[in-house]
Design a protein around this ligand. Structure first.
Ligand SMILES: Cc1cc2nc3c(=O)[nH]c(=O)nc-3n(C[C@H](O)[C@H](O)[C@H](O)COP(=O)(O)OP(=O)(O)OC[C@H]3O[C@@H](n4cnc5c(N)ncnc54)[C@H](O)[C@@H]3O)c2cc1C
Length: 402
């Protein structure tokens, strides 16, 4: 049986950033990554909006704020060093109704508290200078926001780690993790490996992996699908950069927005639909066992009880293009249904507690020899290199690596 210093489960951007940060600090570390898919970043890490977030939204001092601000710098440096295309194109957050002004002001103050430079409150006339089709009553211009392909970043991290000797077991699902006296045994469908330390970065299955060594864990992942439409080429002039609404403060989602993509094209979305399957990329993907598990979880029942109207509205907007277009027209009235074609979708892993609270911040749970990344929603792609650094430093401080 092979023995490693560290085994990482999950080759999404968080697992790969952790691997890269470990090898940077400790070249020669015996490192193994295990991934159930045949290729890296098949789930959240490539099915996302590709936005390099500035950190404007997050509570000062939170894991999200700290890691997003630091991760932002690391991401730009990494892309520059590795010749990965990115564009710091900036974004506008626009209020389309006077009722949204207090929330817009709160976001501005947060951005200032988080130390963002160059933030500006701008008038509808100033919005029109860069985004002539956008309707607003007031807006914030965030110059730091950018775009990148996180799938490309993840692939590059993987290539660099493999070149440095990392073992990759691709297409192998981890079925159990057993924390023994001085080592951890990791079982997959095909093999068994031993490790001094195990880190799990399982995204939509983060809770299942955590439960393997933390049986008392009460947190469960709920999947929220985000669907996109593509703006047809002849109408892409309607959007210059990134256009976001003022988010509803009751939800951890930013609201459907327009994003210019680094590979070209403009996407509109994503919505946030409670999915019937963790890796359920379409409305019709249903996994009965996962649905039963969700219904048995008090957190799910409480969320549905509290937000059934919003959940039903999102389901309706998922099924009805007209409803989706109506939300987009609040930002750009000129956009029409025939300008949009159905695009891809991604599923967000959102950790929920038994009382029905979606956990807002990043969450890590650990035992002596295992560390589980239990909640790494947006902006974890932006923050990945910082999250990876924190985990790497924590692990390498351990006596076993002295
Ligand atoms: C629609 C959408 C839009 C988003 N937009 C942005 C954005 O613009 N900017 C931003 O910063 N963030 C964004 N995010 C968030 C970001 O994509 C995620 O926070 C980030 O990708 C999480 O990375 P991860 O590695 O934790 O998870 P994932 O990428 O989901 O990777 C987890 C991996 O673990 C593997 N795995 C799970 N269970 C097992 C097992 N038992 N054995 C082996 N392997 C296993 C999975 O196959 C998967 O490859 C968005 C997310 C979504 C869904």
């Amino acid at each position: 049986m092979k023995t490693f210093d560290v085994v990482i489960v999950g080759a999404g951007i968080v697992g790969l950033a952790t691997a890269w940060q470990l090898l940077r600090r400790r070249p020669g570390l015996r490192l193994c990554i295990i991934e159930k898919e045949q290729a890296v970043a098949q789930h959240q890490s490539s099915n996302n909006s590709g936005v390099i977030h500035s950190g404007i939204y997050y509570k000062p001092g939170s894991q999200k704020a700290l890691n997003c601000l630091r991760g932002y710098r690391y991401m730009l440096d990494f892309c520059q060093e590795q010749d990965i295309p990115f564009d710091i194109c900036g974004k506008v957050i626009v209020a389309t109704d006077h009722k949204e002004l207090p929330q817009l002001e709160a976001i501005f103050r947060r951005g200032q508290e988080n130390g963002l430079e160059g933030l500006r409150n701008i008038s509808p006339e100033e919005v029109a200078e860069t985004e002539p089709y956008v309707q607003s009553v007031a807006a914030i211009h965030v110059p730091q926001t950018g775009i990148v392909s996180y799938g490309t970043v993840a692939q590059k991290l993987y290539d660099l780690c493999v070149a440095q000797g990392m073992t990759a077991l691709m297409g192998e699902k981890v079925t159990d993790i057993r924390d023994r006296e001085n080592e951890v045994l990791v079982l997959t469908e095909r093999s068994e490996v031993l490790a001094k330390q195990v880190v799990t970065c399982g995204g939509l299955y983060a809770d299942k992996l955590a439960n393997m060594t933390l049986p008392g864990n009460t947190i469960q992942i709920l999947p929220f699908r985000g669907e996109y439409y593509d703006l047809i080429p002849s109408r892409q002039h309607l959007v210059s950069h990134l256009v976001y609404p003022v988010p509803n403060p009751d939800f951890p989602f930013l609201g459907v927005h327009f994003t210019r993509m680094i590979e070209g094209g403009v996407e509109a979305g994503p919505n946030a639909v409670l999915a019937f399957q963790r890796e359920g990329y379409s409305l019709w993907d249903i996994n009965l066992q996962e649905m039963i598990e969700a219904v048995q979880f008090s957190g799910f029942r409480k969320i549905v009880g509290k937000y059934w109207k919003e959940a039903a509205d999102e389901l309706y907007r998922s099924a009805s293009k007209a409803a989706f277009v109506k939300s987009l027209q609040k930002l750009i009235p000129a956009v029409r249904a025939e300008d949009l074609v159905k695009g891809r979708s991604g599923v967000r892993a959102m950790a929920c507690d038994p009382d029905g609270n979606l956990i807002d911040d990043f969450l890590f749970l650990s035992s002596e020899r295992t560390l589980h990344v239990v909640n790494a929603p947006s902006p974890a792609a932006t923050a990945s290199l910082s999250i990876g650094e924190t985990i790497a430093e924590k692990l390498l401080e351990k006596e076993t690596f002295a």
